[in-house]
Design a protein around this ligand. Structure first.
Ligand code: IPE
Ligand code: IPE
Ligand code: MG
Length: 247
């Protein structure tokens, strides 16, 4: 199932009307908390608790790959207290949720930099990936310390390191050097929290993704709204530069 989906990349992943790959910029945790007079970290805490439900809903709808943007390469510039808090919350969530994901046949893949994360988090991510590696259900890419520019530079470095001949550097080869090499490009990118920007997310892979943004803060995104978003996607006409998508 994964092989089939992964081979239908380069923008032709529309599987009937259900997106094969949904990527989400989970934004708005801080404002969700502030609106309630709570510390921003409380928003992050509630935010990670929402992940399981969203994965379940998308999986039930037939989505095969989910990528969640949890922490960007730029998020290190936040106040020390918030960064430390997010790292701790993420570590605890991973400890609690990995087993449940495994029981549901979910394959967990970390995308992003590893070396700047604490040892415990590095180990937990490695464990989650090892444990779920052979699962055949949905693939969950967790973007943590992820940046699209960093990913592209890292790919270039690896290509140079491998001494790939200039004439072999194609789009097909390049995508194999990205963190997302075993997922097709996202069909749909959802941003919660109301901002209209990409914030360094999946810069290469989003070339022909459909965008959807909602003012709803991430902790408030429920199954009904998600289903409406999928419905909207099913009515989009994707042309990939052509006049008629059927050509
Ligand atoms: C998204 O929520 C989570 C991270 C970036 C870690 P924010 O923390 O950005 O929430 P807002 O945008 O400030 O409300
Ligand atoms: C994007 O949200 C990153 C994540 C959701 C992890 P940000 O809150 O960091 O984005 P900006 O700063 O508003 O662009
Ligand atoms: Mg934000």
């Amino acid at each position: 199932m994964q092989v089939q989906a992964a081979s239908s990349q380069h923008g032709s992943t529309q599987n009937g009307k259900v997106p094969v790959h949904v990527a989400i910029i989970m934004d708005g945790n801080g404002r969700w908390a502030q609106k309630r007079g709570l510390p921003r970290l409380e928003g992050h805490r509630v935010g990670v608790d929402c992940i399981q439900k969203v994965v379940e809903t998308l999986s039930d709808k037939g989505v095969k790959y989910i990528t969640l943007y949890a922490f960007s390469t730029e998020n290190w510039s936040r106040p020390q207290e918030e960064v430390t808090g997010i790292l701790e919350i993420f570590l605890q969530a991973l400890r609690v949720q990995t087993r449940a994901f495994h029981d549901n046949n979910v394959r967990i893949v970390h995308i992003g930099k590893v070396d700047r994360l604490g040892l415990e988090l590095q180990e937990e991510l490695a464990y989650a990936q090892r444990l779920t590696r052979d699962n055949t259900g949905i693939t969950l890419n967790v973007a943590f310390d992820y940046g699209g520019r960093d990913e592209i530079l890292e790919a270039v470095r690896k290509i140079i390191h491998d001494r790939v001949p200039e004439e072999d550097v194609s789009e097909k080869l390049f995508r194999r050097y990205l963190f997302t090499s075993d997922s097709p490009d996202p069909d749909l990118i959802i941003r919660t929290g109301g901002e209209l920007r990409i914030s360094n997310f999946l810069l290469w892979q989003s070339a022909y993704s459909e965008y959807y943004h909602t003012p709803t803060f991430w902790p408030d995104l429920d199954s009904e709204e998600l289903e409406r978003i999928l419905e909207t996607f099913s009515n989009r006409q994707r042309r990939f530069g052509r006049v008629n998508p059927e050509d």
